[in-house]
Every structure is written in C-alpha cells, then in structure tokens.
Write a protein that binds this ligand. Structure first.
Ligand code: ADP
Length: 847
C-alpha cells in the first residue's frame, strides 16, 4: 500500500507548545475546578484568619463581662451583709457595755427591720442562750425551745471564746415547719459584767434578695451566677436557674461536685466547656462565681463562620463556572481566530496572486495591442474604400476600447498587488487642467458640448504631489462627464478649499448636465466593476473600473472623493487631496485655457521598430513638425551632439544602446545640446520604469500605445517655450549610491582590513557570476527571478547598494513575467562600476 506510516507519524509529532497553547488545550471543566479551588483556598485562608481573631475577641469580651458581673454580684452581697453586720454589731456592743438590756436589744433590732429594705432580714431575728436553746424568733415562734447547740453557727461562737463578729453558716433546712432552706448569720452575745459567753444573736437570710439581684446582673443568655463557699457549697443562685427558692438549688454543670474538686479554688470549675469568672466577697470567706457555656458564647460566631463558609463556597462555585465558561469561550474564539487568520492569509495570497496574474496578463496584452492599433492608424492614412474605412474604424474603436479596459485592469490590479508608488514632485495645477483639456477638448467638440475650466487664483502656482495620477483622475471624471452628457456641457472648477503654511487642500469639481445617477446607485459607484445600471455597458461602454481606480488613487493621496447627482439633471463629481507646497521656486508660466497651438518643431525620434517609426512619422508629420528618425540610442546621442533639436522622443528599449543610457549621455553633452527636452516612450507602465526614466534625465514619460492628444499637448507646451513635465524635480534627485559606506566601514572595524578585503572580493565575484548567469538565462523570467533574488539578498549585506537595488528591481520585473534587457544591462554596469570603485580604493584586486 502506498501509505507512508512513518511520514504520518512524523507529521503527528507533537510540536513544542507555548504555555498559552497548553492552557488553551485544557478541558473547561478542569480550568473551572482549578479556579474554584484557588478561590476557596485563598478566601478560606483569609476568612479563617479573620474568624479566628473574631473568636478570640468574642471570648475575651465575654470573659470581661463575666468578671464585671461577678464583681458587681460580690459587691451586692458584701454591702447587704455588711449593713446588717454593722447594725447588729452596734446593738451587741450596746448590750455588752450594759447600756441595753436583752429585751431592748430585741425590740431595737426588730424595729430596724422596718426602716430599710437592706435591713428587712432583721425581722427574722432569733436568739439562743449559752446552752444553745432558742429563746426568741421574730419570724417563726415555732422554733422557740429548739436546741441549736449542735449547729455550727452556735458552736463556732461558744468555742471561740473572746471572738466577736459575724459567722455565716452553710445553708440549712429548717427543723420545724415549713422546713424552709435558710442561711443563718450569727453573732456572739457576751455579758457586760465579765464578758462571759451569753448566747448568740442570729438572722435567717433567705436567699430571695440575692437570687433576684443576681438574675438582674446576668448579661449573657445562658449565664449562671452563684454565691459559694470555698467548699463549693451554694449559698445563693440567680433566680432564673433556681426554680424553688425554698429548696436546695440544682447544682449547675460548671460547678464540680465537692467530691470531684481538685483542691484549689479554680479546681471547682469545669473550665473546658465554660467561661468562668469569680470574685471574693471580702471578709466573709464567700465568693460570687458566674459562668456561661462556651457553646452559647460562640453561637453567633458559629453563624458567622457558616455564612462565610457558604459564601466562599458559592464564590468558588461561581468563579469555577465562570472560569470554565470563559475558558470555553476563549478557546472557541481562539479557534475561530486561527481559522479566520488561515482563511485571511489564504484569501490575501489568492488576491495577490490574482492581482499579479492580472497585472502580468494585461501587460502582455498591451504590447501586441500597440502593434495592432499602430498598424490600424497607419492603414487609416491610406486610401481605402468606404466599406474598408468603416471596418477599419470599427477595429480602431474596439481596439481603443479594449486598450482602455486593459489599462484600467492593469492599474486596478497593480493597486491590489500593492504596487502603487506615488510620486512626490513639484508640478503646476494649471498644467494638469491644461493637459486634461487638450486630451478631452476634441471629444467635447465632436459631441457639441461645452467644456470649461475655472482655476481659482487663490491656488498656489506650483504644488507638490503626483501630477500624473491627479491628471489621470481628472481625465477620468471629465471623460465620464462627457460620456454621459448629450446636451449642455461640463464645467471643471479647481480651487483651494483650505490652506496653511504646509499644505493646500485642493478641491476639483466636475459638473455635467448629463443623464445623472439614481440615488440608490450612488453608494456603490466607486466599487470595482460597478456601473449605474446594466444597460450602461451596452450603450456607453466602459469597464466600471474608472471610478474605483479614482477612489484608490485619491485615498492613496490621503484625500476624499464623492458625487452629488440628480437623474436627468446631471452630476457633480468632486475630489479633495491635501498637497504640500512646492519645494522649488515657482515656475513662471502663463496658462491660457486655450487649446494649445503648436508651432512646427524639430523632433529627433529614436525608435528601433520600423512600424512604430512610421506611425510617429504619420501622426506628427501631419502637424508640420520636422522629424529626424534614428534606430537606436547610439545614433540618437550622435545626432543630438551634432544638431540642436526642439525635442527628442526616445524609445526606452532599443538595441545597441537603450534610451536610458542615451539620455544620460545626452545630458552629459556640452550646453546647450544637453538641455533638449527628452520625452520617453515605453511599453512598460510600472512606476519603477517611470522613475528610472526620470532619474536618467527624461522630462516626461509616455506609455505605448501613445495617447496622441497627450503627446500633442506636451509638444504644444514645448512649442510655447514652457518647461515640460518634471525635469526640474528630476534633476534634484540624487543618483543611487554605489556603496553603503557606513556598512563597509563597520564591516572593516569588525573583521579587520584583511577579512574585509576577502569579503568584498568574494561578494564581487559572486555578483559578477550571478550577473553572467542572469545574462545567460535570457528571457526566462523564473530563472532570472531566482538569480536576481540571490544577488539582491547578498549584495547589500556587503554594502554593494546599487547592485542590490537594481537586482531587486530585476527580480520584481521577472516575477511579473517581464524581461528587461536594459535593466539587466544596467545591473552589469553597476557591477563593473562597483568593482572599479573598490579597486580604486584598493579594497579588492583588479581582475
Ligand atoms: P466606466 O468605465 O464604466 O465608465 P466608471 O467607474 O468610470 O466606469 O463609472 C461607473 C459608472 O458610473 C458608469 O458606468 C456610469 O453608469 C456611472 N457614471 C460615472 N460618471 C457618470 C456621470 N458623469 N454621469 C452619469 N453616470 C456616471
């Protein structure tokens, strides 16, 4: 089988991909997941830090609040007990000093209970004698007679003889009905005579008052507050957590049972799960402790944490989905862009190829057309039968039409192949008008139409730009106007629309009284191959390219073009181009808008093809000019040296010596012979050719087949003694430099003189050899192009500027299928001159 498996593998080999390509090739899902992960990690880390700080702050804040409420609670207890202690101690002192009897003491203390809320518990006053038998109770007479000698609150005073002061006992359950829970506070009584222990005074503290106050001090939802002794026994508790104040309060979780405690005070609390704060009640051996479960403190914090987690999750999810979609979108866009690039590159290459092909083809057709039309013109001068005259007229009309179409196609395709180079020379606007008029006046006259030109006096006499192209646009517009007008006429106006020190915005208007253009067609009129309606070609001819070319030219000059038209009324075509002021001094001239009247001239014609000589003789001889005909450049130079001519018509391609070289030599003659105007005749319409002619010193360039009115106009101008064309500007142009001094200099300093000599001598040898091969290749464009390309590529690297530039031109001509022997000859001259110069400078050896 003919399948080359290895070859297939080779083409499938993965190329070195850039990171962009690698990224683009990832699946959108993976990109999305990665983006989500990044968001979750980054935001998660940030949020964790904030939340952790927040948690610490919440805990610290709560702890501070607990501490202050515990302190407040302890203060309350201290003040409550302290107030009672002061009053009771006062009474006891009175008793001890004998100023108050036992009955007075009872009555006084009971009375105090009604004076102040803080003293209300004095109503529960009780007394016991030295044996511990209760002798009095303010609130519960049932206890009278009970023996309390076993109670701590009694024994502590009896045993501590001499000691005074309050004792608060642990909570007890009453022995008589209603068996209420109470906290006894007792003080010792001593007789006044000998200070003997005489019993105790006690107050029963019920815990309601503390329970209520504690519950007011709570600031946190699940906070608990207790009054405890160092053993963890509960004396009081906030009323919210103490359902039945008569009973023992339930032991809160944060307070360990006495059996579980680990000695120290802080060991009483379960401080892993609770935040606890406690404050000593001074002087009573009690403390207020308050606590809140950590879980409850952090409830709001947990809500925040969850919200943050959910938000981050959502952000991650959203980002992931977005990133995935975006990636897919960008990937598709990239694919589309690549496809579009490929398509565009193909289309452009296709367009270029098409344009180059068209340019080459139309150029090929032009050359034989010259012969056909020339012969037809010659034939017209013969005596012919009317029928033959009619046939001949048909041949000439069709031929001219065909030529104008070819010219249009050539122009148009040259634009599209990127081959438009605009000239930038001084010129006279008046002269453009004059030339246009002399070209088209005959047509106007034949059709019986008015043709007027109005040149505004504001316009500078000379400006700078491309006069040939401006004339081409104007001729086209005026030609169209005449073509589509049958009555009335065409008025041309040229004026400065705007002007500053640097530029003039020059506006050209061409107004006719013709058929007009429907408004719906105005828009595409400037598109290629467009005519106002399909019957136009049949009736008026034309290719529909003229206006497209005008538009391209105007745009290339940085200007605008447009049209106003009414069907049946006529049209106004206009264009505006910015033109620089002329650099040279204005050329004095006096243009009359009259048709140019020629005086007979002495004309030297150098043309190698016989029928062309005959044609020129026939065309110019009729106007009475005196013609001297020669066949090549050498003869032309000889004749020009011997006699003074008014003008020389110089063919460019001729055997023995071409027109370019002949012109150079004529310009080198002694004055006044060197000043004769030289007009080039060439079948080559490329811009480069015009440039070459002008550089050699020719005044104007006419393309073959000759547009006779143009040539007549030029001869007319010469006969009136006006400088023709752009001679002045051409002479200003510098000759193409032979060598690139800078490059050779730097090559020398880089490589040293010996190596430089070697380089240059090799480069020269290769140039001479390539030129030889180009000569041998003859009219074989593909081979010439290849050889010239090599030469154009290497020569400039060694500073051989002129060789490189001419070789590049040879290559470009050859690429469009053109064989230019003169140019190749010039290349030879450049090669020889370059060697001569290098030898003179002793940079290379003579061959
Ligand atoms: P063509 O070579 O066919 O004249 P142009 O591009 O110069 O191509 O013109 C395109 C079309 O525009 C013409 O065919 C004609 O229909 C219309 N047109 C151009 N100038 C005028 C005018 N002055 N009056 C009426 N129609 C015009």
């Amino acid at each position: 089988m003919g399948v080359d498996v290895r070859g297939d593998r080779l083409t499938d080999k993965p190329q070195d991909l850039s990171w962009r390509d690698r990224f683009a090739s990832l699946r959108p899902g993976i990109v999305g997941a990665a983006a989500a992960l990044v968001i979750v990690i980054v935001f998660g880390a940030g949020a964790s830090w904030f939340l952790w700080r927040d948690r610490s702050e919440v805990l610290a804040g709560t702890r501070a609040e607990l501490t202050s409420s515990a302190t407040a609670g302890a203060g309350m207890v201290e003040r409550g007990v302290g107030t009672i202690d002061i009053v009771v101690s006062l009474a006891i002192d009175e008793f001890a000093s004998g100023q108050m009897g036992l009955e007075d003491l009872k009555a006084w203390l009971l009375r105090q209970s009604s004076y102040s809320n803080a003293l209300s518990s004095l109503s529960s006053l009780f007394l016991a004698d030295a044996q511990g038998i209760v002798t009095f109770s303010g609130s519960n007479p049932a206890v009278i007679g009970l023996n309390a000698s076993d109670r701590d609150y009694f024994t502590v005073h009896r045993n501590a003889s001499g000691a005074r002061g309050i004792f608060i006992d642990a909570p007890l359950i009453g022995r008589v009905k209603p068996h209420r829970r109470f906290v006894p506070m007792t003080w010792p009584l001593r007789t006044s005579a000998d200070g003997r222990f005489a019993g105790i005074v006690g107050v029963v503290a019920h815990s309601e008052s503390y329970a209520d106050v504690f519950s007011i001090l709570l600031t946190q939802p699940d906070q608990i507050m207790v009054l405890i002794d160092p053993l963890g026994r509960i004396y009081a508790m906030d009323s919210l957590h103490w359902p039945s104040l008569d009973r023992e309060p339930p032991r809160p979780d944060f307070l360990l049972a006495p059996s579980d405690q680990r000695g120290s005070n802080s060991g009483m609390f379960r401080s892993d799960d609770y935040l606890v704060a406690r404050t000593e009640v001074r002087g009573l051996g009690l403390q207020v402790a308050t606590a809140v479960p950590v879980v409850s403190v952090l409830k709001a914090w947990w809500v925040r944490t969850w919200i943050a987690a959910v938000l981050i999750g959502l952000a991650g999810l959203g980002t992931g989905v977005l990133a995935g979609l975006l990636h897919r979108y960008v990937r598709e866009l990239r694919r589309a862009a690549t496809a579009a690039q490929v398509a565009q590159a193909r289309a452009e290459a296709g367009d270029r190829a098409k344009a180059q092909f068209l340019a080459a083809m139309s150029h090929e057709i032009r050359t034989p057309m010259t012969g056909v039309l020339g012969m037809a013109d010659l034939l017209a001068a013969e005596r012919l039968k009317p029928r033959q005259q009619a046939y001949l007229q048909a041949i000439r009309t069709s031929g001219r039409h065909l030529l104008s179409v070819i010219n249009d196609v050539l122009d148009f395709s040259r634009f599209n192949a990127g081959g438009l180079v605009l000239e930038d020379i001084d010129f006279s606007v008046a002269q453009i008008g004059e030339q246009t008029r002399s070209i088209l006046a005959p047509t106007a006259r034949d059709k019986g139409l008015r043709l007027t030109f109005d040149l505004s006096p504001d316009l500078p006499v000379t400006l700078r730009g491309d006069p040939t192209r401006l004339r081409q646009i104007l001729v086209n517009l005026v030609g169209n106007a005449l073509k589509f007008t049958s009555e009335g006429g065409v008025d041309v106006r040229i004026f400065a629309k705007d002007m500053n020190d640097e530029q003039v915005l020059c506006r050209f208007e061409v107004e006719d009284t013709g058929i007009g253009i429907p408004s719906d067609r105005l828009d595409d009129l400037f598109q290629a191959f467009t005519q106002a309606d399909l019957s136009t070609t049949r009736k008026y001819g034309g290719s529909g390219l003229g206006l497209a070319i005008c538009r391209q030219l105007v745009h290339a000059m940085g200007g605008k073009i447009g049209v106003k038209s009414d069907v049946g009324q006529g049209s106004l075509f206009w264009f505006e181009v910015p033109l620089d002021h002329a650099r040279a001094e204005p050329i004095p001239h006096s243009v009359t808008w009259q048709e140019v009247a020629s005086r007979p001239l002495r004309i030297l014609v150098a043309e190698d093809v016989e029928i062309n000589r005959d044609l020129i003789q026939a065309a110019l001889g009729r106007d009475g000019h005196e013609l001297v005909l020669v066949e090549n450049g050498q003869e032309a130079v000889r004749m020009a040296g011997q006699e003074q001519f008014d003008v020389i018509l110089m063919d460019v391609q001729m055997p023995v010596m071409d027109g370019i070289e002949a012109t150079r030599r004529i310009r080198a003659l002694p004055p006044p012979r060197n000043a004769v105007p030289i007009l080039a005749l060439t079948a080559n319409v490329m811009e480069a050719e015009r440039k070459r002619c002008r550089e050699a010193g020719m005044n104007e360039v006419f393309t073959k087949p000759v547009v006779w009115p143009e040539l007549f106009a030029a001869l007319g101008a010469i006969s009136q003694g006006k400088p023709s064309g752009s001679r002045q500007a051409c002479q200003e142009q510098v000759e193409l430099a032979l060598l690139d001094e800078e490059r050779i200099g730097s090559l020398g300093s880089m490589a040293g003189p010996a190596k430089l000599a070697e380089f240059l001598s090799n480069a020269m040898m290769s140039a001479e050899q390539l030129h030889g091969e180009i000569m041998e290749a003859g009219p074989e464009p593909a081979a010439v192009a290849k050889l010239a390309h090599r030469l154009a590529g290497t020569a400039p690297s060694f500073g051989l500027t002129r060789i490189g530039t001419i070789a590049r031109e040879v290559e470009q001509r050859a690429l469009i299928g053109e064989h230019d022997a003169a140019l190749i000859g010039n290349l030879g001259i450049a090669v020889a001159e370059t060697r001569q110069e290098l030898v003179r400078r002793e940079l290379v050896a003579a061959t």
